[in-house]
Design a protein around this ligand. Structure first.
Ligand code: DX5
Ligand code: ZN
Length: 226
């Protein structure tokens, strides 16, 4: 069953100016952001360290937008409650980061958060076949996770299409989120391929324009091509 879903933009604060984070988030909100995407990195699951529940809690007090928390950490079960208590609305874990993925996803639901599962570029869509029935969102990584401002991996476009086809069968109401290397030049392609939640980091938080202006350009691109 194919359901038309509105496109949501989820700015990732990873490349934001942390010295003026409240202003940056307010500008993203003004620019029409649907979520704030928070990239949590532990230096083990990915080769970078970013921030933890304390920053999620601080951002919670900056905005009423849904907080879309992307856990790029090993054994995420250990911290799910802390991120839920910090104010996460959606918690996405990597299929590659936990041995008992189905139980991890159930724990997120039990905490009252929407549940997402993420797959790295090398992980097949089939790898999460058995958990599609219990998720609200699937995140298809379009870069190898760990850093902002990377190049979109072109072969992920076909993977997004395959993921949407499988979700139409097993998770028709679920959101298909894509994350990494997305900007005005390729956002229409990823939406045409079936993604409806688009993470945009360096395309929004950069020194070319303010976050609200950058978001308006991304939105305009989508309206121009629909
Ligand atoms: C990468 C993160 C992405 C990244 C997106 O590991 O999960 O959310 O911050 O940044 P851009 O849009 O600049 O690739
Ligand atoms: Zn992310």
């Amino acid at each position: 069953m194919k359901i038309h879903k509105p496109v949501k933009l989820a700015p990732s604060i990873l490349t934001a100016d942390f010295g003026h984070l409240a202003d940056q988030i307010a500008a993203a909100d003004r620019g029409g952001a649907d979520y704030i995407h928070l990239d949590v990195m532990d230096g083990c699951f990915v080769p970078n360290i970013s921030f933890g529940p304390l920053l999620v809690k601080a951002v919670r007090n900056m905005t009423a937008l849904p907080l879309d928390v992307h856990l790029m950490i090993d054994e995420p079960d250990r911290y799910l409650k802390e991120f839920a208590d910090a104010g996460a609305d959606i918690i996405t874990v990597h299929a590659e980061a936990t041995v008992h993925l189905h139980r991890t996803l159930q724990l997120i639901t039990a905490l009252g958060c929407k549940v997402g599962v993420a797959i790295n570029p090398a992980t097949s869509v089939e790898a999460i076949h058995e958990v599609l029935a219990v998720v609200d969102q699937v995140l298809v990584m379009t870069v190898n996770p760990g850093f902002g401002a990377q190049r979109f991996i072109e072969t992920m476009t076909a993977k997004i299409r395959r993921m949407r086809r499988l979700m139409d069968e097993l998770c028709p109401l679920g959101d298909l989120q894509v994350d990494g290397g997305i900007h005005v030049a390729n956002i229409v392609d990823v939406v045409d391929s079936g993604a409806n939640v688009i993470v945009v980091g360096s395309a929004v938080f950069n020194d070319k324009a303010t976050p609200d202006v950058n978001l308006a350009q991304l939105r305009a691109q989508l309206h121009e091509d629909l």
